[in-house]
Design a binder for this molecule. Structure first.
Ligand SMILES: CCCCCCC[C@@H](O)CC(=O)SCCNC(=O)CCNC(=O)[C@H](O)C(C)(C)COP(=O)(O)OP(=O)(O)OC[C@H]1O[C@@H](n2cnc3c(N)ncnc32)[C@H](O)[C@@H]1OP(=O)(O)O
Length: 727
């Protein structure tokens, strides 16, 4: 990572009376190699806030200047925040960062705290941070940049005997920061809290000597410097740090419990007592609440359950069963375009095949049917009812835990995960657990229904509970596969259970604003996942772990889907586009595999990718480097690459490619195998192949990869190539 340079900023650091003579925070932030210009503010009082002296601030300023840094001292009280900011403006012309670090102690047991003990501690910690930050605020807003750090304490987060005044003030800083993080966001002002445990004059007779020695402030200063840097996008975080360790805090909320029977009932203390074990349970089920909208928004589910007369949050779940046979597995496979043309597909299409298996994405269907037949989704939005024609499938997640059966009875438990208000529209997210006949949890799926015109009910806009989609890496796709859907794709797919008329009835589709019935989102997903499994999992369902996808635009049956894939370890990111509309139809998607297994066409794929930029030597060398990353498959001999193509651990062919000449030979010159076949290709076609516009298999089929001599592919390889071209 590049170094953290604070060169363009002015840093106001209050040392406060508790700073040690060596103010490590300032030393770090103000070091010449970090570049900040620093106002070192310290009233120079004692730990309890008595007296004043310029010594401490002056000493730190000298230390900063001695290392070539810029610093000026300021001896004002933090309650005169405008004077401190004026020092920054007078000396450096601007202010970008405020580190609120001033603090004193007046430790007493609660009964003995006097008004002045309370007021003074609050003045320095809380009012001081308010005054200094408020004085800087207009400047930060005007320049649309700022970083503010507040120093809190474990005494605030957890409480500490004898520190009621200090704990209250330190927790007050967390509240102050929470709101400033919201108010400053649009002006690019990030506000965060540091919770240090450090050796200082405040703690020297409180911490055990051995621990005191280890808790050097300079091990916390880098965390503060990072939070002050323009690259740090954290906003509203509370970060604890000590001894070179740091961690972010989160406030959690339990699932809670509704404790009255219906919306018209009053609430009694007895109701609360009876529900107390659920109300106070933060262990079995909890969530992280990150905004006030999220906190109030999730109350809608509880209010709605009261309206429908249900008395506990457990009633927000819905259970039913799903019976299915081998035939349903085969029908689903046909519905997502799995074809016998690829021999390895028989495992999904023929019930007597030794590996007869359910295609993984079919596992979504039982939960989906349960959720769609329950009142969960249609009654989810408070005060709103909506039609099926308003519902679009927005996002989908699926994770498989156990091998899936090919027939039998499955039990589904569905519940609302969250409800989002997107302004005009709404998103209702449902989570479905599916259990096998032996009671084992087979899979979890999470489905977002996008309700057109369902929003505007005053709910929250985002949620931390939803499994997020992820953008692909910023590079050209590693592999691109195209596959055409049939005009009858939706008509066939709907027989697997989603009989929404949007996919078959032109009049109904017109109500939803579509020119004709659209394809099921889950069908597009199934088609994409079969291309991914084919490419990266040798078409094996058992290697599939999970998938996440967002449906970005509708697909019409008959369109050609282009699936772009990026491999990152066992995660394959993907995006699917419609070739006809040239629009992304699935975005931010990925599958996770237990293991990647690349099929026999991989040698050809590598060739395609590596031929990407043949024009210059420099790029050619880069290409060689990329090929070197696959030593098991590729060997370079005098500028010529040797590819071994294996299937099931057995070598089935050797290819030699002279990419500069755009030629590919079959055979292995090193071992003396006769090179009896030459495959010629125009450079433009080779580049098309490299950029994924033309698959190697399609190049074979379309005659763009011309064969001279007698090509002797094994029958097995011929079958595999033919099958892949019909993905
Ligand atoms: C349990 C069962 C429930 C599900 C039942 C499903 C039944 C099925 O039979 C139905 C189907 O299969 S329908 C077919 C598949 N789905 C589709 O074709 C929808 C394709 N997507 C779209 O057209 C647009 O993304 C569209 C129209 C969805 C949104 O486009 P825009 O209005 O342009 O959105 P935009 O302005 O970009 O963003 C507004 C806010 O919404 C969020 N968002 C966008 N697309 C989303 C999506 N697909 N899923 C979830 N959220 C989505 C945006 O992030 C944005 O929010 P914020 O402003 O907070 O970032």
């Amino acid at each position: 990572m590049k170094s953290i340079d604070l060169s363009t900023i002015v840093n106001i650091v209050e040392l406060s009376s508790h700073s040690s003579g060596k103010a490590d925070l300032t030393e770090e932030a103000g070091r010449n190699d970090r570049g900040a210009s620093v106002v070192v503010n310290d009233l120079g009082g004692s730990r309890s806030g008595d007296g004043a002296s310029s010594n401490v601030a002056d000493q730190v300023v000298q230390e900063i200047r001695a290392t070539g840094g810029k610093a000026v001292a300021d001896y004002n009280s933090v309650t005169d925040g405008d004077k401190i900011i004026k020092t920054a403006l007078d000396n450096f012309g601007r202010v970008d960062i405020v580190v609120n670090n001033a603090g004193i102690l007046r430790d007493k047991s609660f009964a003995r705290i006097s008004d002045s003990d309370w007021n003074l501690v609050h003045d320095v910690h809380l009012k001081g941070a308010f005054k200094v930050t408020q004085a800087a605020w207009p400047h930060l807003r005007k320049q649309k940049y700022g970083r503010v750090v507040f120093t809190s304490s474990n005494s605030g987060l957890y409480g500490n005997f004898g520190q009621a005044n200090y704990s209250a003030a330190k927790m007050g800083l967390v509240g102050l920061c929470n709101t400033l993080a919201i108010e400053g966001k649009s002006a690019n002002i990030n506000c965060n809290v540091i919770v240090p445990t450090a050796a200082s004059r405040l703690t020297e007779d409180i911490l055990p000597p051995d621990l005191f020695k280890e808790l050097k402030p300079e091990l916390i200063a880098p965390v503060v410097v990072w939070m002050c840097h323009e690259d740090c996008q954290e906003n509203g975080a509370v970060v604890e740090s000590a001894a070179g360790w740091a961690s972010k805090y989160a406030i959690i909320r339990g699932q809670g419990s509704v404790f009255r029977k219906s919306i018209s009932d009053s609430a009694t203390p007895e109701n609360v007592r009876d529900a107390w074990s659920k109300i106070s349970d933060t262990q079995t089920n909890f969530e992280r609440i990150s905004s006030i909208e999220e906190a109030t928004g999730s109350l809608f589910g509880a209010i709605e359950s009261l309206k429908t007369g249900n008395d506990t949050s457990d009633s927000l779940t819905y259970e039913d069963s799903y019976e299915f046979t081998n035939k349903d597995c085969i029908l689903y496979a046909l519905g997502i375009g799995i074809t016998v043309q690829n021999p390895t597909n028989l495992r999904y299409l023929y019930e007597n095949h030794s590996d007869f298996t359910m295609f993984p994405t079919q596992a979504i269907i039982p939960g989906q049917i349960s959720a769609m037949s329950s009142p969960l989704i249609t009654s989810a939005i408070p005060g709103k009812s909506f039609e099926l024609s308003q519902v679009l499938h927005g996002e989908q997640y699926l994770e498989i835990y156990e091998p899936l059966p090919t027939s039998g009875s499955l039990r589904n438990v569905c519940k609302i995960v969250d409800i989002l208000d997107k302004g005009r529209n709404a998103v209702v997210v449902t989570g479905m657990e599916t259990y096998g006949e032996d009671g084992k949890k087979l899979c979890y799926s999470e489905m977002s229904a996008f309700i057109v015109n369902g929003g505007g009910f005053g709910g929250k806009r985002s949620s931390s509970k939803i499994i997020e989609s992820q953008d692909p890496p910023r590079r050209n796709a590693d592999v691109i596969v195209e596959t055409k859907t049939s005009q009858d794709q939706a008509a066939l797919y709907r027989l697997s259970g989603d009989s929404n008329p949007l996919h078959i009835d032109p009049d109904f589709a017109a109500i939803g604003g579509f020119s004709r019935p659209i394809l099921h989102g889950l069908c597009t997903l199934g088609v994409s996942v079969r291309c991914l499994l084919q490419r990266y999992a040798n078409n094996k369902a058992e290697l599939f772990k999970s998938v996440k996808a967002r449906f970005a635009k509708p697909v019409y049956p008959g369109e050609t889907l282009r699936v772009s894939m990026w491999r990152e370890g066992t995660r394959i990111h993907f995006e699917t586009s419609s070739v006809e509309s040239n629009q992304k139809v699935i975005s931010g998607a990925y599958i996770d595999l237990h293991k990647v297994e690349v099929g026999p066409s991989h040698g050809l794929s590598i060739m395609a990718v590596s031929a990407q930029k043949l024009k210059s030597d420099e790029v050619f060398n880069t290409m060689i480097d990329r090929l070197k990353a696959k030593p098991e498959l590729v060997k370079k001999i005098n500028g010529v690459f040797l590819y071994k193509i294996s299937s099931g651990g057995k070598e089935v062919a050797k290819w030699t490619a002279d990419l500069r000449k755009g030629k590919i030979y079959r055979g292995d010159p090193e071992s003396g195998t006769k090179v009896d076949t030459t495959l010629n290709m125009a450079e433009d076609d080779l580049l098309d192949m490299a950029t994924g516009k033309l698959s190697p298999q399609a190049a074979f089929m379309k005659g763009k990869l011309k064969i001279q001599g007698n090509i002797m592919l094994s029958q097995r390889l011929k079958d595999l190539i033919a099958a892949e071209s019909k993905l």
